[in-house]
Design a protein around this ligand. Structure first.
Ligand code: FES
Length: 563
């Protein structure tokens, strides 16, 4: 409800006792017990979504950030109220945080709606927290600004710079191949995550932070300052001040999350060589915002935007390099000819106004390139279609091996992530480097869509020096991972998608140039197999049952169908 008669501040969303005046009286009485008086409560009320958790190392310094945001709110004449929501840490949540992204989005949306606030600062960071918060913001449509916890700083091991978690995967692969000792891998374990903060490569957290800034829902320059920096805290203070401004002018998420903003986000995603997970998240956020966005949009943009940012896993640098090269403002300036400059930002400026006086990327750095001197070609992310994925699949071409971009090989099928764990290293399977490893029952309905798609190279092949193979699944892959990995095959196998029909030895063909992934089996044989398809058993209670029953396919964003 909006308009002049809508209660504001602490009188918003009163608890229902059948007497609004009494409800307000009660509210002020209870808040008096916490030290709030009329001078506090007559100001704009600014909610702060606090996703601190001892389980979430990526949000480790969030309490300090909340304090900084509160200071900004107070300076600007508002009254801050921090409140907790679900916190999701990628590595400490089983079986996968993706299963809980929509739950976090519901939690955040409902708490924004249920509690009195004129604007909200959403403080996230680790992979699913920011998409969940943007989904919530788009649905609640209360003035909202995003702040991220910021990336970790890089560390060193034996003179080599390293970070989470592209290097985790690289070193683990070397350990599996027998090239590192147990002592080596232990020392690395202690060095990979040098500070608090999100993974400092262009993984999902970094990608979503950059895309949020690109879409204008974050103050300029907010995506890349490391968590441990003073700049991160100054950004928090500024965001607190901005929250009071957007409360006063009622600048709402859907004023900002337009189709222009999403197309700008797609442009930035390609220039970053960003995470494949951003595809499913942007689709979900756009759907919540009522903006038409489809997989085909990603492919159209991908074909015209080159890779500009030199960060792992597509490049060799880290987020702090991107930050010291100028961060997102500099990247947006480099992309200016390809952006829709009419898009509105949280400050009330259009992108055109904001970029007008921005200098281009400096020649003193090499992390953020220009359109006439890109790091890589167009097509960093590609959308595939074909008989194995009629509704689409995704591949991070920028992190794939050139010699595998056109490949035909026999399938070796794993029925689930657990099956792969149990059997993949068994030499009796006779897997060769030409095989295409198929993983199924790992889509949204089948397993909540874990990041299981980048199956490890079988140990005995890794020891022979095999570093990459074609892998195909309905799962996702960590944004920090690399390899020739086809993901998000839709429809997924658990609902009878073509992946469910593949048998060991079937020929699979990947043709990246043609944007195709095909199962080379006669339709008559596939029809026969379809008749014998038996769906897997699904969860019978609680959130997991609701999720399996109501989740949309990945090519529509994997949100719940009623949200
Ligand atoms: Fe949180 Fe990587 S585990 S961002």
């Amino acid at each position: 409800m909006t308009g002049q008669d809508t209660p504001r501040g602490i009188a918003r969303n009163v608890t229902s006792y059948g007497d609004a005046e009494f409800s307000n009286y009660m509210r002020r009485a209870f808040l008096a017990s916490a030290g709030f008086d009329a001078q506090d409560l007559d100001r704009p009320i600014i909610g702060i979504v606090d996703t601190s958790s001892d389980y979430n190392t990526c949000h480790r310094q969030m309490p300090e950030m909340v304090t900084a945001i509160k200071r900004g709110v107070l300076e600007a004449g508002g009254c801050p109220f921090a409140f907790p929501t679900i916190s999701l840490h990628e590595i400490l949540t089983s079986p996968t945080t993706m299963l809980f992204r929509n739950l976090a989005a519901m939690d955040t949306e409902e708490m924004i709606r249920a509690q009195p606030m004129d604007a909200v600062v959403m403080l996230g960071g680790c992979d699913k927290t920011v998409p969940a918060q943007l989904m919530a913001a788009a649905s609640a449509n209360v003035p909202a600004i995003s702040v991220v916890s910021g990336p970790m700083m890089t560390g060193y091991w034996r003179g080599e710079r390293l970070g989470a978690c592209t290097d985790c995967r690289r070193y683990w692969a070397q350990y599996r191949a027998g090239q590192l000792s147990a002592q080596d891998i232990h020392e690395l374990e202690q060095a990979l995550c040098f500070t608090g903060g999100t993974c400092m490569v262009m993984g999902t957290a970094s990608t979503m932070a950059c895309l949020t800034e690109a879409m204008g829902l974050m103050l300029p320059g907010g995506a890349t300052p490391p968590m441990s920096s003073g700049e991160r805290l100054r950004h928090c203070v500024a965001a607190g001040r901005c929250a009071v401004d957007i409360a006063r002018v009622e600048r709402r998420p859907r004023d900002i999350l337009t189709r222009a903003a999403f197309l700008n986000a797609l442009t930035v995603l390609m220039a970053l060589g960003g995470s494949t997970n951003a595809v499913v998240h942007l689709l979900a956020i756009a759907r919540r915002a009522g903006v038409p966005l489809a997989l085909d949009d990603f492919d159209v943009v991908s074909r015209r935007v080159p890779l500009l940012v030199d960060c792992k896993p597509a490049g060799k640098g880290y987020l702090e390099d991107m930050h010291f090269a100028g961060g997102m403002p500099t990247l947006l300036k480099a992309l200016e000819p390809l952006l829709d400059l009419s898009a509105m930002t949280i400050t009330g400026q259009t992108l055109e106004q904001y970029l007008r006086d921005m200098p281009p990327p400096g020649s003193w750095q090499t992390t953020i390139r220009t359109l006439d001197n890109p790091l890589g070609s167009t097509g960093a992310l590609a959308i595939l279609k074909g008989s194995l994925a009629p509704d689409g699949a995704v591949i991070k071409a920028a992190a794939a091996s050139k010699h595998l971009m056109r490949h035909r090989g026999p399938a070796i099928v794993f029925e689930s992530p657990e099956d792969a764990v149990q059997r993949i290293d068994d030499p009796a399977l006779g897997i060769t480097q030409d095989h295409v490893m198929i993983l199924r029952n790992a889509g949204p309905v089948g397993a909540g869509m874990p990041e299981a798609g980048s199956l490890p190279i079988p140990k005995y092949l890794a020891r022979e020096g095999v570093k990459d193979m074609v892998r195909v699944s309905d799962a996702r892959m960590s944004g920090t991972a690399y390899g020739t990995v086809v993901l998000h095959c839709s429809p997924e196998s658990a609902v009878g998608g073509p992946l469910a029909l593949v048998r060991d030895g079937d020929l699979i063909e990947l043709d990246l140039d043609a944007r195709r992934i095909d199962l080379l089996v006669d339709e008559s044989e596939l029809a026969h197999r379809r008749e014998t398809f038996t769906p897997p058993l699904l969860p019978t209670r609680g959130w997991r049952r609701l999720y399996a029953e109501r989740v949309l396919p990945s090519h529509l964003g994997a949100d719940l169908d009623f949200l």
